[in-house]
Design a binder for this molecule. Structure first.
Ligand code: SAM
Ligand code: DTB
Ligand code: SF4
Length: 325
């Protein structure tokens, strides 16, 4: 295979190809991921993103991994939608710590209509006015809501497919894969970039991971942002006692995503607290070029900022700087 084959954008990846990449000898897999990575990105830079839960808990969906589902007793306190001021304060704080993307998550089955949605639009405008990328994850959207978010300046909408179509029903029964794809279509049509990825370590097999990657990598265009989460096992959820997976699976997942979707941001997302510095370093070598920073994800803990600074420093990786507004 010549270099252009190795790094050109393709949307016709087949399952056997994906499997053969995922299962390459690790040195070869990392080499190919590196080749793809450096054709599109700086290899000494990661983007720092910060999450804020703008509406926590009490969600009617039954996602088996999620501490915010009302069906499980996880001790997560239910809150109403934060005020605009609270969000502006948090976004300003994140920016001062080096984050260039601010992601707002709400535990809704679908985004509401009316004053709460209008407040979210204000939040999006405010984050953009700070010169940051703004991302939201609010559950399902209709076409009009996607249009309004776009008009407010939303950079990206996060809506994960989470796993393969085959395994999906074992994790979530209250909505379908097709529902997910429909919202993703509205987001794309509205001109908002797509943030779509999944979770590993939920008891799925490698086949399920290949199938998830196939769903992502055959989209045209590819999702601009692909979060790869390692399950955070939360007490009270059905997946609380799931067996931890080998961190090398995370490395393989990231490397394969990087090779299939070379121009996308591949985000080493939830689960970093259960990865050693060395495992995270391998994830960066595999082509991850973004992390969530700050001591909390949405409801669960994340490495402290100081610890991340030490990690990035010793690897010689910089946080991407804010570009002029
Ligand atoms: N309610 C919206 C939805 O489900 O689209 C947005 C918020 S939801 C918490 C965002 C994403 O976080 C989920 O799609 C899932 O991929 C991820 N997530 C939630 N709980 C997680 C956990 N315990 N471990 C890893 N990822 C998780
Ligand atoms: C994504 O894929 N991971 C982030 C973001 N998108 C919204 C969320 C991770 C949540 C982990 C569980 C929690 O903190 O509640
Ligand atoms: Fe609700 Fe989203 Fe959690 Fe599912 S992942 S229970 S939709 S907050």
């Amino acid at each position: 295979m010549n270099m252009s084959d190795a790094t050109s954008l393709r949307h016709d990846w087949t399952l056997p190809e994906i499997k053969s990449i995922y299962t390459l000898p690790l040195p070869e897999l990392i080499f190919r991921a590196q080749t793809a990575h450096r054709a599109y990105h700086k290899t000494d830079e990661v983007q720092s993103c910060t999450l804020l839960s703008i509406k926590t808990g009490g969600c009617p969906e039954d996602c088996a991994y999620c501490p915010q589902s009302a069906r499980y007793d996880t001790g997560v306190e239910r809150t109403s939608l934060l005020s605009l001021e609270e969000v502006i304060r948090a976004a300003g704080g994140a920016r001062s710590q080096g984050a260039t993307r601010f992601c707002m998550g709400a535990a809704w089955r679908n985004a509401p209509v009316g004053s709460e949605f209008d407040r979210v639009l204000e939040m999006v405008r405010a984050v953009r006015a700070l010169g940051m990328e703004a991302c939201c994850t609010l559950g399902m959207l209709d076409e009009e809501q996607a249009r309004q978010l776009s008009e407010a300046g939303l950079t990206a909408y996060n809506h994960n497919l989470d796993t393969s179509p085959e395994f999906y029903g074992r994790i979530i029964t209250t909505r379908t894969y097709a529902d997910r794809l429909e919202t993703l279509r509205y987001v794309r049509r509205a001109g908002i970039t797509v943030c779509c990825g999944g979770i590993i370590g939920m008891g799925e097999g490698r086949e399920d991971r290949y199938r998830l990657l196939e769903q992502l990598a055959t989209q045209r265009p590819h999702p601009e942002s692909v979060p790869i989460n390692l399950l955070v096992r939360v007490e009270g959820t059905p997946l609380a006692d799931e067996r931890p997976i080998d961190p090398i699976e995370m490395v393989r997942m990231i490397a394969t995503a990087r090779i299939l979707m070379p121009a996308s941001m591949v985000r080493l997302s939830a689960g970093r607290l259960s990865l050693s510095d060395e495992a995270q370093a391998l994830c960066f070598l595999a082509g991850a070029n973004s992390i969530f920073t700050g001591d909390k994800l949405l409801t669960t803990p994340n490495p402290e900022m100081d610890r991340d600074r030490v990690l990035l420093d010793k690897l010689g990786i910089r946080m991407r700087q804010q570009t002029a507004v």
